[in-house]
Design a protein around this ligand. Structure first.
Ligand SMILES: [Zn+2]
Length: 600
């Protein structure tokens, strides 16, 4: 009888557990490929009253409402790169076990070391390279370790046109631990190179007519050899054609290399010489030593024969408007440019293709803020204007073409020392996407809007005019639309409100995760520091620090702009705080105090 009662009890309980969700694993989702291969964090909520939680034998503390986070080493990866987590939840009456699986990116294993082998998917170049003599192409393959590997260049009929060249057993592609370098501890994690990764650099040579040419590899081991041909083609870019194209959008951000950092910030309508391509990327040749890359769909080719843009700069005029120093370069044609802000008060403007014929700098009006301005020709085809200011802080700058004349406006700090009369843009982060999510499924976009609304009230009480990029969680602008919104409304300051999370592979159980700010331009750094200082003093989470980030909303904003990460939504204790209106209000007060301090 007793036995029957127990069995019935277990059956009823088991049935109940099967009906209600006992465990909600928020991150990582079941079955996803995660971004780390040695460790991962997992967070979520246990939904039943319980005494303990173990994940893969690691005892895991839970909050009173069941929220947890754990950092696990990745061991025992199963077939098909599956890593399984075993959740063991002990309740008063029984032990519940749940499994959760994710996929792990694995490093390639060395190939068989006795006979020559080659991994055909590893061969580089894999894309079409249309470049010029003197340009370098990275060559790579994965093959039998400790073999003799060389490559040749063949024409479309398979005939050797260059080589053979030796390849070194040298791995070039693998980076140090990027997520930890940015977000975690500064550790030297470079692991041993994988045997059998071969690399070389090939320079396109004068006198060889590359046309649908390809790279072929030969691997020799123990007197046996095999060959394989890379998918990518090598062509010569028709240099003599001097192909000119126009940047066809309103705004462009050419990169240092295909897919790498945004580096130039240009208005559309500029014409540029194009002198190479890799896959769908096109190389913009700004000057002999300066080039950048954009996607081909950002370009419209000009009629053949269109001259390569160039201009002399005979006159620089300097004028003072109410809030701005206006520096105008008279030019016959619009040219690419780049401003380097060396400090909050020191700038260099480079004009590519610009040539000095500059006998005059005309000061149209007095400008009490400009300490010095002078021009130079640092390279044959690069013109430079250097400006230093008296004031301790500039307030951003913009470069626009008016007809073909380049107009550079440097903004100065408004007169007031309080927030009264300032126009402040508040940008609650995300909306189309929820942003990061906490163990209790609190969405970042919700928390961002709530703090933004508190902040709006406080700033209005200080006499500021507040513009929100959006004020609920349903609609929202793209990142660039947010920047344009602040710009079009002539805002004085831009504050984006966010909550933080970590990428895979970073240990979330370390103690320094709390408040942080991200700025891009030197003139925005002080604003970031003041807000961070105020958050740390008033809200009292750990100081996670100031970051200079190449991210859209702070990089593309003209006015002082920062992105505030109030707290870490993925950490159970911080997520709990984030849900508390009192905490949200205190964060908003701290941001307001930081803004006040910045204006003093
Ligand atoms: Zn965010």
């Amino acid at each position: 009888m007793t036995r029957f009662v127990i069995l019935l009890f277990l059956w009823v309980n088991g049935y109940a557990y099967a009906q209600t969700k006992v465990l909600d694993v928020v991150y990582p989702r079941e079955g996803v490929l995660i971004g780390s291969n040695d460790s991962l964090f997992v967070f979520g909520c246990v939904k039943v009253a319980h005494q303990s939680l173990r994940i893969n034998t690691m005892s895991t503390p839970t909050h009173e409402d069941g929220a947890f986070i754990q950092f696990l080493p990745i061991t025992n990866v199963q077939k098909d790169s599956v890593f399984q987590m075993r959740f063991e939840i002990k309740t008063k009456d029984c032990t519940i076990v749940r499994y959760h699986r994710v996929r792990i990116p694995l490093l390639p294993r060395p190939l068989d070391s006795d006979s020559p082998q080659i991994d055909s998917l590893s061969l580089k170049p894999s894309r079409v390279h249309r470049l010029q003599t003197g340009d370098d192409i990275p060559i790579a393959c994965r093959a039998t370790p400790h073999a003799s590997v060389e490559f040749i260049i063949i024409d479309s009929s398979g005939k050797i046109i260059d080589g053979p060249y030796p390849m070194a057993e040298y791995e070039t592609d693998r980076m140090d631990d990027f997520p930890n370098a940015v977000y975690g501890e500064d550790r030297d994690t470079r692991s041993e190179p994988i045997p059998g990764m071969y690399s070389a650099t090939y320079r396109l040579r004068e006198g060889i007519s590359y046309q649908r040419s390809r790279v072929a590899f030969r691997v020799e081991k123990k007197k046996k050899s095999i060959t394989s041909v890379a998918r990518g083609f090598i062509d010569l870019w028709p240099k003599h054609e001097r192909l000119v194209a126009e940047l066809n959008g309103p705004y462009h951000q050419p990169r240092t290399m295909p897919g790498q950092s945004f580096y130039y910030f240009l208005q559309g309508g500029l014409r540029v010489l194009i002198d190479g391509s890799i896959g769908s990327w096109r190389r913009l040749r700004f000057a002999e030593n300066h080039s950048a890359w954009v996607s081909e769909d950002e370009l419209t080719y000009a009629a053949p024969g269109t001259p390569v843009p160039a201009s002399t700069i005979p006159v620089i005029r300097v004028r003072r408007d109410e809030r701005t120093s206006v520096i105008k370069l008279t030019m016959s044609e619009k040219l690419p440019y780049r401003v380097e802000q060396i400090s909050p008060v020191m700038f260099k403007l480079f004009v590519y293709g610009g040539k000095a014929d500059t006998d005059w700098i005309r000061f149209e009006t007095e400008d009490p803020d400009i300490a010095q301005i002078h021009w130079s020709q640092p390279e044959r085809d690069v013109f430079c204007v250097t400006v230093s200011l008296h004031s301790p802080l500039s307030w951003g700058y913009e470069v626009r073409y008016e007809n073909s004349n380049l107009v550079w406006r440097i903004y100065h700090k408004p007169k007031q020392t309080s927030l009264k009369g300032l126009r402040i843009c508040i940008d609650p982060g995300h909306t189309k996407d929820p942003g990061s999510v906490g163990p209790r499924r609190t969405t970042e976009k919700q928390a961002n809007v709530e703090i933004a609304q508190w902040l709006k009230k406080l700033l209005i009480a200080d006499g500021a005019e507040v513009l929100m990029t959006h004020d609920d969680t349903t609609k929202g602008l793209t990142l660039y639309e947010r920047v344009q919104f602040a710009d079009a409304n002539n805002c004085d300051l831009f504050v984006s409100i966010h909550h933080n999370a970590l990428p895979d592979g970073v240990n979330p159980l370390r103690s320094n995760f709390g408040h942080s700010v991200i700025y891009y331009h030197p003139h925005s750094r002080l604003l970031g520091e003041k807000i961070l200082e105020s958050l740390v003093n008033k809200v009292k989470l750990p100081n996670y620090g100031v970051f200079q980030g190449n991210i859209a909303v702070v990089r593309n904003s003209r006015m002082p702009a920062v992105l505030v990460e109030n707290a870490f939504i993925m950490l159970p204790d911080q997520e709990k705080k984030i849900r508390d209106p009192k905490f949200q209000q205190t964060c908003a007060e701290a941001i307001r105090d930081g803004l006040r301090q910045f204006m003093k």
